[in-house]
Design a protein around this ligand. Structure first.
Ligand code: PLP
Length: 469
């Protein structure tokens, strides 16, 4: 009997656990009280009261024994640290870029990039800018323009590369505003804002070809470059036999630089970087780096952080890791979708997005269906998720009129190498329980909002219930 074959076919996490962190169960009554105190906003719930935390995949991953070992050897020298050399070697081996500028996280790389490359009146197209990218672009005076393909805006629509940029719209934009007003174009890999969806190599090539023709540098937001590379391997003809590293290297060959949050596919808890092949740009960028981040051989990071990223970038490209990573996200998405829960299709690389507006059609967008669903999932199982809907993308005017966002999604982002399949089975069971009771879920009324980025501190009460204390 070929029993080995059977065992090989059963998918398991490609790691064993050397260190554990206790998670605490709470009762429903406790969670009810915690939610009341937190104004029904999961950002305001202490992590000690969370059982499974799917708020974000950013900086929440578990590091490997090799990363911890490298950290012990971190060189904390202010200048010329050997940890920086190791970090630069790892980045260059994957991206091929000449200049590698470390930053404390992705948004710092974005701020430096846009401060150097953009001025008032400029336009920066992207498949979709992540929110910090958009904010940094706009703070440099430029207009951030999103050009996703139309399929990306239909949650239920299946498409293998829903993260692609609409090249026709890119051409129209260039024609309308003129290439001289476009100092760079960007591609976000994978496209977080549209559901962690990948970008195909064909699309990357097509965008690069258009950019080259108009002398526009193409930059990647490479935060999830390894997940994107593996999607290409799985879904794009001609890449099935290539390693994730070879695919990533090819992707980067079509770009002129990148920003990166190492808190994602750097498998680190902090860090980021900015890369370019342009010597003059790099000089300006390093000057700005020194002003706010630090000397160019540490850029706001400890030597040990650089060491962890140097190892993490290579681990993120390991085939069994990526198979597990995309497999476990798809497992969660497919299980709840097959039971009828409407999600953004297909499941993304780092997260599953539930279409809260479709789950709770009786709750108007002005009563925050995704926030209501997030609160209910916490009440049901101590699970923390993240609303990506009216609270973030909508706004309230001076007269108190609420304007909804385009969609109300609930994001379940999966930290890297943290949860096992039994944790995911628990999450699935709790989501399905909430799904069964969806008709009883009530909306939320906003009772406090900050003037900017209101989702972090907003407070709610349940719609139709008396004043909140
Ligand atoms: C696509 C993308 N770009 C940039 C960032 C910003 O990175 P950081 O949080 O390290 O500043 C994020 C963070 O979630 C992201 O998802």
């Amino acid at each position: 009997m070929d029993s080995n074959k059977v065992n090989e076919d059963i998918e398991i996490e490609p790691f064993k656990i050397k260190m554990v962190e206790r998670i605490r169960r709470t009762t429903r009554e406790e969670r009810q009280k915690i939610l009341d105190i937190a104004g029904w906003n999961l950002f305001l719930v202490p992590s000690a009261s969370i059982l499974i935390d799917l708020l974000t995949d950013s900086g929440t991953g578990a590091m490997s024994a090799s990363q911890w070992a490298a950290m012990m050897e971190g060189d904390e020298s202010y200048a010329g640290s050997s940890s920086f050399d190791r970090f630069r070697e790892s980045v260059q081996a994957i991206t091929g870029f000449e200049h590698v500028i470390p930053t404390h996280q992705g948004r710092a790389a974005e701020r430096i990039l846009f401060s150097v490359m953009c001025k008032k009146g400029d336009v920066v197209p992207s498949n979709t800018h992540f929110d910090t990218t958009q904010a940094n672009c706009e703070s440099a005076g430029a207009e951030a323009v999103n050009l996703p393909i139309p399929e990306a805006l239909e949650p239920a629509r299946q498409h293998p590369f829903k993260g692609n940029m609409d090249t026709l719209q890119l051409l129209n934009l260039i024609e309308r505003v003129g290439a001289q007003r476009i100092p760079l174009a960007m591609i976000t890999l994978t496209n977080n804002a549209t559901g962690g969806q990948p970008v195909s190599m064909a699309n990357i090539r097509a965008v690069k070809e258009i950019c080259s023709r108009h002398k526009i540098p193409l930059y990647f937001d490479a935060s999830r470059f390894a997940e994107n590379a593996y999607f290409i391997r799985l879904r794009e003809a001609g890449f099935g036999q290539k390693s994730p590293r070879e695919i990533a290297q090819e992707m980067f060959r079509y770009s002129d630089g990148c920003t990166m949050s190492a808190k994602k596919d750097g498998l680190a808890n902090i860090g980021g970087f900015l890369c370019t092949n342009d010597d003059e740009m790099a000089r300006w960028e390093k000057d700005l780096l020194i002003l706010t981040e630090g000397y160019p051989t540490y850029g706001g990071l400890a030597g040990r952080d650089l060491a962890a990223i140097a190892v993490g970038l290579n681990e993120a490209l390991e085939e069994d890791y990526l198979e597990y990573r995309l497999g476990s996200t798809a497992y969660l998405g497919n299980q709840i979708s097959e039971a009828g829960v409407p999600i953004v299709q297909p499941p993304g690389g780092h997260a599953v997005y539930i279409d809260a507006r479709a789950v709770l059609p009786h709750i108007p967008p002005t009563q925050f269906p995704a926030s209501a669903l997030a609160a209910e999932l916490y009440l049901e199982g101590g699970i923390r998720s993240f609303e990506q809907g009216t609270l973030i993308y909508g706004h309230r005017d001076q007269d108190g009129i609420e304007y909804p966002g385009a969609m109300d999604l609930l994001r379940l982002a999966i930290p890297r190498r943290v949860y096992t399949q039994s944790h995911m089975n628990y999450v699935i069971a709790k989501i399905l329980e909430v799904w069964r009771r969806r008709g009883e879920i009530r909306g939320l009324e906003l009772v406090y909002q900050a003037t900017t980025l209101r989702h972090f501190t907003a407070r709610f009460r349940r719609a139709g219930v008396g004043a909140h204390v």
